[in-house]
Design a protein around this ligand. Structure first.
Ligand code: SF4
Ligand code: SF4
Length: 468
């Protein structure tokens, strides 16, 4: 098997009129024919032939290579613009708690369904939507996304329509996306979603055995057939047929991972899915669902190998984390608020609970993390700025010693804040699960870039084509 070798190259002066090589990590596969040079401070990178990476190793960079390295943000030069590394606070992704009601009883669900479930009142729904409308109008934001979450959001479809109507009356057309268990999808509902441009994503945990074990109905009966009926309805709808899929992997479904991905490609015909590892927190641990570190590492490797194999067999399928991490490495593009530049809670994402309290992400179980209320109608950007400057737990720096020497620190930044909060009750250290996933997947992706460049086109869904 191809392995990947990584060495650190210290910063050095590249010549009087050239500038300073900023330092970076050089990855080589075991053939040594090509190298991948990555700057961990700004996420910039370049693929270099052996002849060129040896110039960097020997600190003898010719003019042609210097020009490329300046362009790619790997040589700092006072005459050139610096790469932007900070993010402007401007939320464009809004999630809110629509309903706790659900007709499934997934084994990893953290909602307390034995208690009385609530659906948002019209009054609070209107207050949240008007708050988003006022904010987007004030800052002239037209490109934004709203995600009502549950429970099962389609149980409260009338409220989703009410929200959509409010935005349209205000002359705003956000991308409304709904994650559903698919059991309530009918032909009529699909037509209405298509007409309204509402995007549906389906939670599917895999082959029949796994789906029924992970995601039983409230009655305890299997859910597979109901879920597949919803899938088949969407497949027939031209506007909805390319729906996204979210798959949760636990220690119980881990042994079936290859079969699950095969099923998503060949039976569900999903062009893309997101594999979420069940969150490592005390509730999931008690339920015996968490993955071990070895399982996380094996899952990342299996995922990538299976995707490559499926694409070779002609199935055009990718996984969102794989796609986004490849985009990070190759074009440093921000395609996702969570995994492109570390946590964007508060900066790009905002959550609302059913009472209209505002949170920097889905930490609604921790009321002390609320940064304000929609009912007070205060400016959102000021609320985030106040929360950041008042040293709220949520905005603590996420860091361990290993981050200082980690090649992927620009992209990772310690992982998901909410995951840490739910695991530890406070934000300290890093999101260990994401750390293991990143330290496994990024080197594997670099190995693929260097040894199998043709596979990148399909794994990025046509976004990046590498020359051989
Ligand atoms: S948390 Fe882990 S992967 Fe992320 S920057 Fe730190 S060491 Fe690297
Ligand atoms: S807390 Fe987690 S889910 Fe929320 S924005 Fe940050 S990384 Fe994403």
């Amino acid at each position: 098997m191809n392995t990947i070798d990584c060495t650190h190259i210290n910063p050095f002066d590249a010549g009087d009129n050239t500038g300073r090589f900023a330092g970076g990590y050089l990855f080589k596969d075991n053939s040594g024919r090509n190298g991948f040079l990555l700057n961990p401070e700004n996420g910039c990178s370049i693929i270099l032939s052996q002849e060129l990476y040896e110039q960097v190793e020997t600190k003898k960079i010719d003019d042609a290579l210097a020009f490329k390295l300046i362009q790619r943000g790997l040589i700092e030069n006072s005459a050139c613009m610096q790469c932007q590394t900070s993010e402007k606070v401007q939320p464009t992704f809004f999630i809110f708690d629509l309903t706790q009601a659900c007709n499934f009883r997934c084994i990893y669900c953290f909602r307390h369904l034995e208690e009385k479930v609530r659906t948002i009142s019209d009054e609070n729904l209107d207050a949240i939507i008007n708050y988003i409308i006022d904010y987007c109008t004030k800052y002239r934001i037209t490109d934004f996304c709203v995600q009502p979450w549950g429970g099962e959001p389609l149980i409260a479809f009338d409220k989703i329509k009410r929200m959509d109507d409010m935005f349209k009356q205000a002359g705003l057309y956000p991308l409304i996306s709904i994650e559903t268990n698919a059991s309530l999808i009918t032909e009529e509902l699909a037509r209405e979603c298509a007409a309204r441009n509402i995007r549906l994503g389906i939670s599917i945990d895999g082959i029949e055995t796994v789906q029924n074990m992970h995601r039983p109905l409230m009655s305890g009966k299997p859910s597979f057939d109901k879920m597949m009926r919803g899938v088949r309805i969407l497949e027939k709808n031209e506007k909805l047929k390319n729906f996204g899929v979210v798959t949760v992997l636990t220690s119980r479904s881990f042994p079936y991972l290859e079969e699950i991905i095969e099923f998503l490609a060949t039976e569900v015909k999903a062009p893309c899915f997101k594999l979420n590892l069940v969150k490592d927190n005390p509730v999931m641990k008690d339920a015996g669902l968490c993955l071990t570190q070895e399982q996380v590492e094996a899952a990342e490797r299996t995922l990538l190998a299976k995707l490559v194999e499926l694409n070779r067999r002609g199935y055009r399928i990718t996984e969102l984390n794989v796609q986004e991490k490849l985009m990070n490495l190759l074009v440093r593009s921000k395609t996702n608020i969570c995994t492109s530049r570390g946590c964007m809670g508060g900066t790009k994402m905002i959550a609302f609970d059913q009472d209209g309290l505002i949170f920097p992400c889905d930490v609604t179980d921790y009321k002390e993390e609320s940064i304000g209320s929609v009912h007070d109608r205060q400016d959102l950007i000021s609320l985030v700025a106040q929360a950041k400057s008042s040293c709220r737990d949520f905005f603590n720096r996420k860091h361990i010693e290993e981050c200082d020497t980690c090649p992927f620190r620009f992209y990772c930044k310690g992982g998901c804040t909410t995951a840490i909060k739910y695991k530890k009750g406070c934000v300290e250290g890093v999101d260990n699960q994401e750390c293991v996933a990143n330290r496994t997947l990024y080197p594997e992706l670099i190995r693929l870039i260097l040894t199998d460049p043709d596979s990148i086109l399909s794994l990025t869904r046509g976004r990046v084509k590498l020359n051989r």
